[in-house]
Design a protein around this ligand. Structure first.
Ligand code: FUC
Length: 826
């Protein structure tokens, strides 16, 4: 009896194993880069995003009624004009006086009074990004639906819906092509004459008209008014279907399709937007041009060009962290089950989805990705879906270089060109400073003023942070022509801080005042301050970048001297009473502060001012600050934490944050819970795209890092990723890196050198099986793209802090030649 049960059990286990192995193999097929669902989207957070940088659509995939919610990136409320005409210079001077006299509450009160929470009648606090319209397709299906499946294939940037009604199997396919500048939907069926539907196009905008010319529907509209600005963006949506077989006819407010074999819908959108100060384009003519050109081409042709174009970018990077049967579940179920710990592939899917979103929302020549990328269905979206630059816009671009999508960074540089013009107004009117500056927000009109009141808005650092992206792009790509082109922007931001820095009375350090550590306070309702740690770190980077850039380009020698002498007088970082990195110049930090912004850790990431090897005590202090703040927060805050834990070389804690992020977000949530919606978009909540990009960058940062004078291989590998392979990540110095590892140890390392120069490789001794077949490193890295600016010796207020980071590293030098590939381990 005992014996039989045992045998039965064994047979059962064997069978289970066969099934598991079979499904695991099955799961490794072409499905790895697909989001899929067994039902239509019940709401926006379940709909799937497609986009070409300029145009976006959210796809709902309903059987009886399909819905494409449409966006075009230049439809914003209002029109041209900045919001910083008020002369605030004497107010700034008075606030400085109060701050340096220790009268913080008075300083905050004055700034709240002179910079009100709501805009004054002649001013505005930035416009809203607005939707274009909605295309509705009502299918005349009778009977029950079976075998429904909705997919987004992020490897090809194609979405499909398939299902059967009665005897007929239907397939819909959707794409947004950058090559042909249209959105398309194509419907096929496996039986002739089965496609009958009605198409309707509308828009939520107040001012609009709809009309037909032949089988083309237009909705022409005007963007909304807001605050002191009248809506001035004119847009035109033009939709025209083509059918094979059956009949197509305009009737009333809709287009009727009856008994067609095939239906292809072409969607074009044009606006009158030329640039932030010129709305002289013809919206309707543009929509017609896009549509007429596309209509001459077959769906097949457009699709193959689209896929080819998209894959040029997407295929550069692959990531394999292991595949299991968990992959066979629908994507929403995978998010719900991620905590079970058996679905490593969901992390690679989420990582690649971040890359998909960047390629789909930020192409050269388009606007930068805003708080929602390009996907928004509301006339008044959260935070106006504009550009918040005290973290969010920067975070959107963190994956651009390291995940090998440098071209997608371009819209941000183009925006900086505009801001370096409009920001002259705020630099002068508020601070009497040369150069340009901005505060914590901007929009398509490139406003640079203080908004949302003195508490949130008194932060003159937006330009300092955003302009880091120019320098970082240079470090990854070593392109001197690029540097020369954008040098005036770096110089303008440097001039601003040269003029704006104030000598504080206590230590005679040069500091930014007034300012704040973004959105945080050190007393109830008081955040305004002088010389916050983040500001000091930002100005340190602004000045260091400028000096390097001027040196590379051999220009502005005299001004370099001025900048160098001011750089020496910036405050050092300080370690406070809790052993933490101080957030403010005074030791005001609280152990129970859980604020989502941890701005003083800017120096740890994205900047590279805190190294485990050069500054072990600062490294410990930064870790303390991060531990105090805790894990759970908004999506973007958790995305930032993944990067910080990666920089702190703690893969397990970084992974924990990824797991927190990959937990289901409530659809109607608000607040600071983070999480991921069914469509894999990030929840603040509500939806905000920065968390997707932050987490994507963080995953890359766990696999390679390229600051602190070297290329660090597998710096923060969690226990969950003991085996894996990544290909195509980009490091500073233009190195493209492929790595394979097994049981936590390096198996394969391939470096392709785009620019030549020394590649200094760092790796933990414990991760090595064999020595690398290159020389051990000696002295400073000769590669100038790895030069590390010296920070000032930190001050500790609690004596010497013990450095307890113990991991041992090996460092090697690989001298490379431009264009050559090196296999360091095979
Ligand atoms: C900053 C953050 C908020 C939100 C907003 C768009 O103000 O503090 O959490 O992300 O930007």
């Amino acid at each position: 009896m005992m014996q039989t049960t045992f045998l039965q059990k064994r047979a059962y286990i064997l069978l289970l194993l066969v099934v598991l192995i079979y499904s695991a193999v099955n799961a490794t097929g072409s499905d790895s880069y697909k989001l899929w669902y067994d039902k239509p989207a019940a709401h926006w957070n379940e709909a799937l995003p497609i986009g070409n940088g300029r145009l976006g659509a959210m796809l709902f995939g309903g059987v009886k009624q399909d819905h494409l919610q449409l966006n075009e990136e230049t439809i914003w409320s209002g029109g041209p004009g900045n919001n910083s005409s008020k002369d605030l210079y004497s107010t700034m001077q008075e606030i400085r006086r109060l701050l340096f006299a220790g009268k913080y509450k008075e300083a905050q009160d004055l700034s709240n009074k002179e910079m009100p929470r709501e805009p004054e009648a002649n001013n505005n606090y930035g416009m809203s990004y607005q939707p274009a319209g909605d295309l509705w397709i009502d299918f005349l299906h009778e009977g029950e639906t079976v075998a429904y499946r909705r997919e987004l294939d992020i490897a090809d940037a194609l979405s499909t819906v398939t299902y059967r009604v009665g005897e007929v199997t239907y397939k819909r396919e959707y794409l947004a092509t950058a090559h042909d500048q249209v959105i398309m939907m194509r419907v096929t069926a496996d039986r002739a004459g089965s496609i009958s539907c009605n198409l309707k196009l509308n828009t939520p905008h107040l001012i609009h008209q709809q009309h037909f010319i032949g089988n083309r529907i237009y909705v022409n509209g005007t963007s909304g008014d807001k605050q002191n600005k009248k809506g001035q963006v004119k847009f035109s949506i033009a939709v025209e279907p083509k059918v094979k077989g059956g009949a197509l006819q305009a009737e009333g407010e809709m287009l009727r399709v009856r008994q067609a074999d095939e239906l292809t819908v072409y969607i074009a959108i044009g606006t009158n937007f030329n640039n932030y100060h010129d709305l002289g384009g013809d919206a309707r003519e543009r929509a017609d041009d896009y549509l007429n050109t596309a209509l001459k081409k077959s769906y097949r042709k457009i699709k193959s060009k689209h896929v080819e174009d998209y894959r040029r970018y997407f295929d550069r990077v692959s990531l394999d962290l292991g595949q299991t049967v968990a992959m066979n579940k629908a994507t929403d179920q995978r998010v719900a089950d991620f905590h079970l710990g058996n679905d490593p592939q969901l992390v690679s899917l989420y990582f690649q989805f971040g890359r998909y979103l960047l390629i789909s929302s930020s192409r050269p020549g388009t606007q930068p990705a805003n708080l929602q990328g390009i996907w928004n269905d509301k006339l008044s979206p959260p935070w106006s879906s504009k550009y918040t630059v005290n973290i969010n816009t920067e975070m959107n671009y963190w994956p651009a270089e390291v995940t090998n999508l440098s071209e997608m960074h371009e819209p941000l540089f183009a925006m900086l060109e505009d801001l370096s013009v409009t920001g002259k107004e705020s630099a002068w009117n508020y601070y009497r400073a040369r150069g340009w500056n901005m505060h914590h927000n901007t929009d398509i009109w490139r406003v640079t003023g203080i908004i949302d009141g003195g508490f949130y808005g008194m932060w003159p650092m937006g330009g300092a942070w955003l302009s880091q992206h120019i320098w970082q792009h240079y470090l990854f790509n070593g392109d001197n022509a690029f540097l020369a082109k954008y040098y005036p922007i770096l110089k303008g931001v440097t001039q601003f801080y040269v003029d704006v820095l104030q000598e504080e009375p206590k230590h005679k350090w040069l500091v930014v005042a007034p300012s704040m550590s973004p959105e945080n306070s050190y007393q109830s309702g008081v955040g305004i301050s002088a010389g916050t740690t983040m500001d000091n770190q930002l100005v340190f980077d602004v000045f260091s970048n400028f000096l390097e850039a001027a040196h590379v380009l051999q220009v502005d020698e005299d001004f370099m001297d001025t900048v160098a002498s001011k750089l020496k007088r910036l405050p050092p970082m300080q370690i406070g009473k809790l052993g933490q990195l101080q957030e403010w110049m005074e030791d005001w930090d609280r152990a129970d502060d859980r604020h989502r912004h941890i701005s003083h850790l800017y120096g740890l990431y994205p900047a590279a001012q805190i190294s485990p090897i050069r500054h072990p005590t600062l490294f410990e202090a930064a870790k303390k600050s991060l531990v105090f703040r805790g894990d759970k927060s908004t999506g973007w805050s958790m995305g930032w934490k993944v990067n910080w834990w990666a920089r702190l070389l703690d893969g397990n804690r970084a992974y924990k944050l990824i797991a927190d992020q990959l937990s289901p977000a409530a659809n109607d949530g608000n607040g600071e819970a983070g999480g991921t919606y069914a469509n894999l978009l990030d929840a603040h909540p509500p939806f905000q795209i920065d968390g997707n990009f932050g987490c994507t960058a963080g995953i890359a940062e766990m696999l390679i890092q390229s600051h602190d004078g070297c290329l660090h291989i597998l710096p923060a590998l969690p226990d969950q990723w003991q085996n894996g392979e990544v290909k195509g990540l980009k490091a500073r110095g233009g190195f493209i890196v492929d790595i394979a590892w097994k049981d936590g140890k390096l198996q394969k390392l391939k470096v392709h050198s785009r620019l030549g120069g020394n590649c200094r490789i760092r790796i933990a001794s414990a991760k090595m099986v064999d020595k690398l077949a290159v020389e051990k490193a000696i002295g400073e890295n000769s590669n100038l793209l790895y030069k590390v600016p010296e920070i000032k010796e930190p001050i500790s207020h609690i004596g010497q802090l013990a450095a307890n980071y113990t991991e041992e590293f090996e460092e090697y030098d690989l001298p490379t030649k431009k264009g050559k590939t090196y296999f360091l381990l095979k």
